[in-house]
Design a protein. Structure first.
Length: 454
């Protein structure tokens, strides 16, 4: 059967109605399998998002369909020559493949590998980065020879369990511990007039994230990239909220931002949170996180959960790969050399996997016993080639959840962090993307089947 199934490249801007019917049916089927309790992104928004220009990324999308039904979906991204950060990230290639439940164990997942190699060679990439959140995906990457390089998880804070007196104490304590620090609040994207100075300061915060053994390049952000990310958030009807602190010299010492959308009214997506290393230990992380939490609670009374993803070194990360029971909160990002484990590969691949390098989220500690940082992707999603796939920092999440039970964490089947796997396929490079592979699913931090980033 697989012999007769040929991958077909897809251009969202010229795709016909039959494609969109197949695609939406497939992504809804996958959503029901991986996120059954969460609202699905409306078809119209998904189409607008996929059609939007991505001037800084090379994006590939393919489908395998038969009889009018999509069996598998593939996306891949790499950084475009001349884009900010190209020199540091052009060796990286992010890819995601999904196979429908009824069509696994037929070699469809393996059939994408020649295309992956062809695309990597075309762009001169040497490292394949993949995200896996389901057991079949991990097994597939192990068969391929990949090794876990970073772990990620999604946590959800139930607002009904928050100790609001403690939250207020963090807000009150902020200006006391940092009396010369200025607080800025934006209930939208930051104004365009500040993008030129905001972009490099955001990049500086992102570059403080821990990546463990993950092959990655320097995060570079420009005002032009901010414009593109914010345009995509607007297309998805994501309402952006940002809180930041400035030191007397104008330096942004900490920031946190979230997104709310009408199609998921009970869930707010935590995007990025970070505090500059030299200003940690003063409660800035607690201050901005608590203030944001309080504002969201007042502005959106229907919100029940704050969803945040994290990955990398951190006190909350479990350094284990569980195999029993449902998918654990901790999920690894994998990486490997092409010349390893040949015997294992010759033995045949396991269940066709969902190998998804999309939305990435990272967490770092603030070096305070009660501070932590995390980041979450939009659709989800990774390696930092874009803000929506960027990192999420969580400050004081442990304390904020002191009165909640384990069951209230509601880990999603798909982690919200940057759990990416990389396979060194030659000696070239691997580019960061924001698609489902990396960000076609991402950043604003929502989640879409072909998109994984913020």
């Amino acid at each position: 059967m697989v012999k007769n199934l040929v991958p077909v490249e897809v251009d969202p801007n010229s795709a016909d109605a039959d494609f969109w019917r197949r695609y939406h049916a497939f992504r809804r089927e996958r959503h029901a399998e991986t996120r059954p309790d969460d609202p699905v992104r409306p078809d119209e928004l998904e189409e607008h998002y996929m059609k939007h220009e991505r001037p800084f990324d090379i994006i590939h999308r393919y489908e395998i369909s038969d009889g009018g039904r999509m069996l598998s979906w593939f996306t891949a991204t790499s950084v475009k020559p001349g884009a900010p950060g190209y020199e540091q990230n052009h060796h990286l290639f992010e890819a995601m493949a999904e196979v429908g439940r009824d069509h696994r164990r037929q070699g469809i997942g393996r059939s994408w590998l020649p295309l992956v190699l062809e695309l990597m060679d075309r762009h001169g990439c040497t490292v394949l980065s993949c995200d896996a959140e389901e057991d079949s995906g991990h097994e597939f990457l192990k068969w391929l020879g990949a090794e876990p390089k970073i772990w990620g998880a999604e946590n959800r804070l139930r607002l009904a369990d928050v100790d609001w007196q403690m939250v207020q104490s963090w807000i009150d304590d902020g200006p006391v511990r940092s009396p010369h620090t200025k607080l800025e609040v934006y209930d939208d994207h930051p104004p365009e007039s500040m993008w030129d100075e905001f972009a490099p300061q955001l990049a500086a915060l992102l570059n403080t994230m821990p990546f463990d053994d993950l092959d990655h390049g320097e995060v570079v952000i420009t005002a032009a990239q901010l414009r593109n990310w914010y345009e995509r958030m607007d297309l998805l009807q994501e309402v952006h909220h940002l809180v930041l602190t400035r030191e007397p010299d104008g330096t942004i010492s900490g920031m946190t931002d979230v997104a709310w959308a009408p199609h998921r009214p009970t869930i707010v997506e935590q995007m990025f949170t970070g505090v500059r290393p030299e200003t940690r230990g003063r409660g800035i992380g607690k201050w901005i996180k608590a203030l944001m939490l309080d504002r969201i609670h007042r502005r959106y009374p229907e919100v029940e959960w704050i969803s945040t993803g994290n990955a990398g070194s951190g006190r909350w990360r479990g350094a284990r790969f569980r195999r029993d029971g449902p998918l654990p909160p901790e999920v690894p990002h994998e990486q490997h050399h092409s010349d390893h484990d040949q015997k294992r590969r010759q033995g045949g691949a396991p269940d066709d996997a969902v190998v998804d390098p999309a939305d990435v989220e990272y967490r770092l500690e603030e070096n305070e016993s009660d501070h932590e940082y995390q980041h979450r992707p939009e659709d989800q999603r990774t390696a930092l080639s874009q803000l929506l796939l960027v990192a999420i920092a969580q400050a004081g999440e442990k304390d904020a959840k002191a009165h909640s039970t384990r069951q209230n964490e509601r880990p999603r089947v798909r982690p919200a962090g940057p759990i990416t796997g990389a396979v060194l396929v030659g000696e070239h490079k691997a580019g960061h993307g924001q698609d489902a592979a990396g960000d076609d699913r991402a950043g604003a931090q929502a989640h879409e089947a072909d998109d994984q980033q913020r």
